[in-house]
Design a protein around this ligand. Structure first.
Ligand code: NAP
Length: 261
């Protein structure tokens, strides 16, 4: 299938590691130009070098999205460099364990802002260019928005809001032909996930306990498997798909809990 992405320009927040890295690399494999918004300079450089060595193009805006101005600057950077935006992937985020009992009103607000604010900001500033290109938006959420996890009120509130914004923006942007979808991972081995796993006394044991409960092939989802779905949703080959919340999780969130017991 030709995804018709040649020379199209995509912004990926958190595009230098984990799921974002896979999205950046697969977009480039399809001939698109990924722009990584990610403070991890060394990781970003390596990805861009690999893409350029294969004859592709890519760039990095090496900053963390913290203030509204950061998203505006990222959009200005990409327009100055490539003159267009065909899509935005809102992906950067971190499960930061701000709970109800073990948390505070201040840390809750800060966690929501950290995980949600830049999802709005990036699309807000990219919108004039997305209107020109009839672009596409993909929000990366988390299964915790649906299942809860415990001790992570700020993160789950932000992840739930990302699903609501997916539907809300899909409606608001209908007149411009801009499609908006969400991809929902559950268990994906990334640097972030590894850091979380390492908080357990026996990370290997914890990993196999989790894998046993993943219905399809009893294994974690690969970052590339999330990225393949994201890239398809960005492409005109998904031209009549909008407002959808798509779980790429080997059946973890929805299939019968009795499986494997
Ligand atoms: P990851 O391994 O930490 O990679 C994320 C990248 O984003 C890192 O390079 C990180 O930089 C960067 N980043 C974080 N905040 C940023 C910001 N405000 N501005 C720019 N860059 C930022 O994470 P991941 O596991 O790939 O997760 C990606 C997304 O998937 C997140 O939204 C996460 O909630 C979601 N998700 C992941 C899983 C999973 O199993 N891995 C499950 C459900 C949902 P630093 O490392 O310097 O912070």
């Amino acid at each position: 299938m030709n995804l018709n992405l040649k020379d199209k320009v995509y912004l990926i927040s958190g595009g230098a590691k984990g799921i974002g890295e896979a999205i950046s690399r697969i977009l480039a494999e399809e001939g698109a130009i990924p722009v990584l918004i990610d403070p991890s300079l060394e990781e970003g450089k390596k990805i861009i070098k690999d893409i350029e060595d294969n004859g592709g193009k890519a760039a990095q805006y090496a900053h963390r999205l913290s203030q509204t101005k950061d998203a505006q600057n990222a959009v200005e950077f990409v327009i100055e460099k490539f003159g267009r935006i065909d899509g935005v992937v809102n992906n950067a985020g971190a499960n930061d364990s701000v709970g109800l009992e073990k948390g505070s009103p201040e840390s809750f607000r800060s966690s929501v802002e950290k995980n949600l604010g830049h999802y709005y900001d990036l699309v807000h500033f990219a919108l004039p260019y997305l209107k020109n290109s009839r672009g596409a938006i993909v929000n990366i959420s988390s299964k915790t928005a649906i299942t809860g996890q415990g001790n992570t009120s700020g993160y789950t509130a932000a992840k739930g809001a990302q699903l609501s914004l997916t539907r809300e923006w899909a409606v608001e942007l209908l007149p411009y032909g801009i499609r908006v979808n969400a991809v929902i991972p559950a268990e994906v081995m990334t640097p972030l996930y590894k850091t979380w796993l390492d908080t357990f006394e026996n990370p290997n044991e914890k990993r196999s306990e989790i894998e046993k409960r993943i219905p399809l092939e009893n294994r974690m989802t690969k970052p590339q498997e999330i990225a393949d779905m994201v890239v398809f949703l960005l492409s005109p080959r998904s031209s009549h798909t909008t407002g959808q919340l798509i779980f790429v999780d080997g059946g973890y969130t929805h299939l019968d809990r009795a499986i494997g017991t």
